[in-house]
Design a protein around this ligand. Structure first.
Ligand code: CA
Length: 299
């Protein structure tokens, strides 16, 4: 079948080094995302009230892989070698939970809150080659469980509405994998491949839509693809004007705006010079909505 095509337009001219991890805060009508190597968390309100600043950012002081929302307000970060709590304005940044990570080998990368209010975040090998990474689960009491090890580049995460399956991307495998999950312990079993990608594109972040399809950002591929996880078919594509497409999230007042982060990282200087939109935030309108983001529950 021929994939349906959707354009993307520039949403925010923000030129991150490594824009990543968008998450929509439906209470504040604000999109959070990170610039991992720029060590910043960004917040952007697409339709701000008069007098309100639409775009803001705060420094984290270390590479920040993921930002997620808390049920009680405020944020949780997975940054470099640990988890942190912060208020929504970035104040009160403080370590949370106990996890032992060797920052010389790996750093925190993509992460999301699961349907039970726990924060799943993974690490990636600095050299992009060795299986030095893991996928961790931070619970509300600060305890940390290792769910997977021997991961190279831990990336996209998503849960379908059945709450019995977990979709996951370890980028160098060039696949989306599914696991059966134990809601109580978080344990992941029965790994299988649900979709495969060609060699020109590295699957990175992903989001699930309300029809149960996955939207997968393709690093180096200048596109996002919509995948049917039951058949592995690539059913739609969003084209971007820049190569390194890193992650996606549904947001906006009706949760049907698909926000897309991109990166400047790893582009040769001559390519970057001709590509002033690299690292900026884009939006597409694919005609489907996504679920509200889950929130972390402090115990
Ligand atoms: Ca990523």
């Amino acid at each position: 079948m021929v994939a349906k095509e959707h354009p993307a337009e520039l949403a925010l001219d923000v030129r991150c080094r490594l824009g990543e991890g968008p998450v929509w805060d439906e209470r504040a009508q604000e999109l959070y995302f990170v610039d991992i190597m720029g060590e910043q968390v960004h917040g952007w309100r697409p339709a701000q009230s008069p007098g309100q600043r639409a775009h803001r950012s705060f420094p984290v002081g270390r590479p920040v892989g993921a930002v997620v929302l808390r049920e009680d307000g405020g944020l949780v970060l997975a940054a470099y070698d640990g988890f942190f709590l912060a208020e929504a304005d970035g104040s009160g940044l403080r370590p949370f939970g106990t996890v032992s990570i060797d920052g010389t080998l790996v750093r925190f990368n993509d992460g999301k809150v699961d349907p039970w209010g726990r924060f799943l975040a993974g690490t990636m090998d600095w050299g992009h080659k060795e299986p030095n990474g893991s996928l961790y689960m931070l619970s509300g009491d600060g305890s940390v469980t290792t769910l997977l090890d021997r991961v190279v580049i831990s990336n996209g995460l998503a849960w379908p509405a059945d709450l019995r399956t977990f979709y996951y991307i370890d980028t160098p495998r060039r696949s989306v994998d599914a696991f059966d999950l134990d809601p109580e312990t978080g344990a992941l079993t029965g790994r299988r491949v649900v979709a495969q990608f060609p060699s020109d594109a590295h699957p990175d972040g992903m989001a699930i839509d309300d029809e149960g399809y996955l939207w997968v950002a393709l690093w180096g591929g200048s596109r996002v693809e919509r995948i049917d996880p039951s058949s592995g078919e690539h059913v739609a594509v969003v084209h971007l004007p820049t190569a390194h497409v890193s992650s996606v999230a549904f947001g906006g007042p009706h949760l049907d705006d698909l926000y897309i982060t991109t990166a400047q990282e790893d582009l040769p200087p001559e390519v970057l010079a001709a590509d002033p939109q690299a690292g900026s935030l884009f939006v597409a309108h694919p005609g489907v909505s996504g679920p509200v983001s889950y929130r972390f529950k402090l115990a």
